[in-house]
Design a protein around this ligand. Structure first.
Ligand SMILES: *Cc1c(COP(=O)(O)O)cnc(C)c1O
Length: 392
């Protein structure tokens, strides 16, 4: 490294610190769960995406071991060479059935699924319309594709319509998160589907935070609204959140999936997930399908938290999902509150710009089916102490 580069990086990092945007990684020395160990200290966590409490579920741990016994550890190659294992194939078929679509295709991560889908299905002449609060991977994907991207104000169908009227693309794309990752609100999919139909546009939904959690059967935001494959032809789901494992999938028509296999570079040029992970994900899927109580319990916990938070006068956002952000605004103050909570044994990391808009730093509180009402009482009483201290 040249001295020039070192000096530039040092000054960039210093600037990030000065803006209270510097991030440091906490080392977790236990399995991911609501009660975990961090630096040898027990903490009660409210900030994972393990919504259904499956990441450390004994049946998944056992399935992963069984999968390793049967298929070994590494997949050894990309899907198109020799990495495509029976375990991957069976999971794709099960995910297609679960999402009620002709086919599904596994990717190594949600980030890669979004990059692959958007760059394979669009061309530089395409018009892509994205919600302003879409996940970074969807924004990056549109940039990578070389297509023209326009970001409409959050959930604003009227402005989206205006943009579409001016579009010079015969078949534009509308792309949205199903559940917005930092706010927890649900995209107005029925209105988006109607708008898409009116403009001959294709609607793509990234349901990373909805799949497994919303809908009676856990089929996500699309089920929540009673929509189907025709309304939302492209569905992306991730496996590292509610499914408790790793990876992601795209579900859609035969033509879409076959195009992705042939042309999505993040599918073609990467090593397939370990087959044991796919094998363990079959167990997640079974739990998601058969244990509706996990979704019911989350909803009850959300209600319990929201009632308590209202009594404390906390300014919580109108979210019906396990993502219940408490917007503080100032980054330094958000970090202070997060640190003070940790002193009380509560782990909630501070989410700051540029992950969220300027002046909207927040505590992104999330719930898991493994939380109890007692845990929520602890959270509320710690918030009361820390926020009161804040006011004085
Ligand atoms: C987490 C997330 C992703 C990325 O998924 P990974 O599997 O973690 O790469 C994509 N989209 C949304 C909306 C997410 O929240």
């Amino acid at each position: 490294m040249t001295l020039d580069l070192a000096a530039e990086l040092t000054s960039r990092l210093a600037k990030q610190k000065q803006q209270h945007r510097y991030r440091s990684r906490k080392v977790i020395d236990s399995p991911q769960d609501v009660e975990l160990q961090c630096g040898g200290k027990p903490l009660l966590s409210f900030c994972s995406n393990d919504y259904l409490g499956l990441a450390n579920h004994p049946a998944l741990v056992k399935a992963l071991k069984d999968g390793a016994e049967r298929y070994g550890v590494g997949s050894g190659a990309s899907h198109l060479v020799t990495g495509h294992n029976y375990a991957h194939h069976a999971l794709e078929e099960a995910l297609a059935e679960f999402t009620q679509r002709p086919r599904a295709l596994l990717f190594s991560s949600g980030y890669m699924a979004n990059l692959g889908v958007i760059s394979a299905l669009t061309n530089p002449q395409s018009n892509i319309h994205e919600d302003r609060l879409n996940h970074a991977s969807l924004i990056d994907a549109a940039r990578l594709s070389g297509a023209a991207m326009r970001r409409y104000p959050h959930n604003d169908i009227e402005i989206l319509n205006k943009y579409l009227e001016k579009s010079n693309d015969d078949h534009p794309f509308i792309i949205t998160d199903g559940v917005f990752s930092m706010d927890g609100d649900i995209a107005p999919l029925p209105q988006l589907a109607t708008t898409a139909a009116q403009h001959n546009a294709t609607l793509m939904v990234d349901d990373a935070h909805g799949i497994g959690v919303l809908g009676e059967q856990g089929r996500g935001t699309i089920e929540h609204f009673g929509l189907n494959h025709d309304d939302v032809p492209i569905l992306v789901g991730t496996l590292g959140k509610a499914f408790g494992t790793a990876g992601a999938f795209v579900a859609g028509s035969e033509e879409i999936i076959e195009t992705l296999i042939q042309q999505a570079r993040t599918y073609i040029y990467t090593t397939a997930l370990p087959p044991a992970i796919a094998h363990a994900t079959m167990t997640s899927l079974k739990l998601i399908e058969t244990e509706a109580w996990r979704r019911e319990k989350i909803q009850a916990l959300i209600q319990y938290f929201r009632n308590g938070a209202k009594q404390l006068g906390l300014n919580i956002e109108p979210s019906r999902t396990p993502i219940q952000p408490l917007i503080i605004g100032d980054s330094a103050e958000t970090t202070r509150i997060s640190d003070a909570l940790q002193q009380q044994g509560i782990l909630i990391s501070a989410i700051r710009p540029p992950t969220v808009a300027d002046h909207s730093a927040r505590l992104r509180i999330t719930f898991s089916a493994n939380h109890t009402e007692v845990h929520i009482e602890q959270l509320l009483s710690s918030l009361a102490k820390v926020m009161k201290h804040n006011a004085t």
